[in-house]
Design a protein around this ligand. Structure first.
Ligand code: BGC
Length: 349
């Protein structure tokens, strides 16, 4: 493991970058600032390393990472909460409303913009564990929550991200990771020619351009939302279809088939230029496919200007607004019960 100074935050905290390398030369870099993933170098067909995630060079940019959420660990709640309001056991909670009247990705002070503690560096298993304490009332959510996020890079070229949460009151625990992948390389154009296969038969449509779900769970069959068979991401993205027009591309929650085992991949993505492929596994019930529709001239790593569709996110999660939707699995954890979620992305060329 290599530890380098990343910088000093505006709040005066010194933060670092941690780089792990596996036996195949694959490397990941993460920071104790925001528990963000900043770099992921994967060997391509020719053995050359390709950095397949979008990101920034400067700490100050990660401190203002509230539009695009590059590499971000999101908490307490991934995606949106309608009106920032919900009820637990008869008690109404009003949480931060940071996107119009709704909440997006935890509110004004997302976990991705805070310094975390390093709980453990496990050199043998190429793993780092970050720790965050989120007090009762933080972002408006109940309960003192202690949260661990670990990143592990295995010799099988897997990136394993796990989330462990425990709270002294029943609360929402719906973390995700907002990394944008571009398997052709972060600086190498858009993801529109990538081949994507998503093993999901259903998705949750949105009401309008504010992206609160209607509450329905609809089949993808015979719609441009269908990725059951592998297809180019750009193939149907410009179709005149209400759901795609509302969100300017794919920005939808897909439902993982309930019969799927955690050992079966829910997604298979291939970079058309490098041949690098990613397979994803999780024990969470949904995944937000977001094709970077709202990225506009974002100054990123190595002087690259990222654009619309420069990368795509595969955010494993409880469904959007699950706190208010009776049809959706609820994202609560019970008082004093430790809960663990895990998502892994496995790379090959
Ligand atoms: C959401 C998008 C949002 C983006 C922010 C995604 O998870 O689904 O609607 O614009 O995050 O970068």
């Amino acid at each position: 493991m290599k530890k380098e100074l990343f910088g000093v935050t505006t709040g005066g905290k010194t933060v670092y970058l941690y780089t792990f390398e596996n036996k195949n030369g694959m490397k990941m870099t993460v920071s104790d600032f925001g528990a963000v993933l900043t770099h992921l170098w994967v060997p391509g067909k020719d053995g050359q390393l390709v950095d397949v995630v979008l990101g920034y060079d400067q700490l100050a940019q990660y401190e203002n990472n509230n539009n695009v959420y590059f590499g971000a660990t999101i908490g307490r709640n991934a995606n949106r909460i309608d009106q920032g309001k919900f009820e637990i056991d008869g008690q109404v909670y009003q949480v931060d409303q940071n996107e119009g009247e709704n909440q997006l990705h935890g509110g004004f002070s997302g976990y991705h913009t805070r310094p975390w503690l390093v709980k453990e560096v496990d050199e043998l298993n190429q793993k780092i564990v970050f720790l965050l304490f989120s007090p009762d009332g933080d972002q408006g959510f109940p309960g003192n929550l202690s949260l661990e996020v670990s990143y592990q890079l295995t010799d099988l070229n897997e990136l394993i991200i796990s989330y462990t949460g425990e709270s002294d009151k029943k609360t929402v625990f719906n973390p995700t990771n907002h990394t944008y992948f571009n398997l052709n390389g972060h600086a190498n154009g858009t993801i529109l020619e990538h081949l994507l296969q998503l093993d999901c038969s259903y998705y949750t449509p949105v009401k309008d351009s504010k992206s609160i779900p209607t509450g329905e769970v609809l089949p993808v069959a015979n719609t441009p939302m269908d990725f059951k068979q592998s297809k180019k991401i750009g193939r149907d993205i410009n179709q005149i279809a209400e759901q795609l027009q509302l969100t300017g591309g794919y920005d939808h929650n897909y439902v993982l088939d309930e019969t799927k085992q955690e050992t079966e991949a829910f997604v298979h993505l291939i970079g058309d230029q490098t041949g690098i492929s990613l397979k994803g596994y999780t024990n969470l019930p949904g995944v937000q496919l977001y094709t970077g529709n709202f990225i506009e001239q974002e100054a990123g790593k190595n002087g690259v200007n990222y654009q619309k569709y420069s990368g795509l996110c595969l955010e494993t999660q409880f469904f959007p607004d699950a706190v208010n939707q009776v049809n959706f699995k609820s994202p609560y954890i019970e008082e004093n019960v430790q809960t663990v979620y895990e998502t892994s992305y496995c790379f090959d060329a």
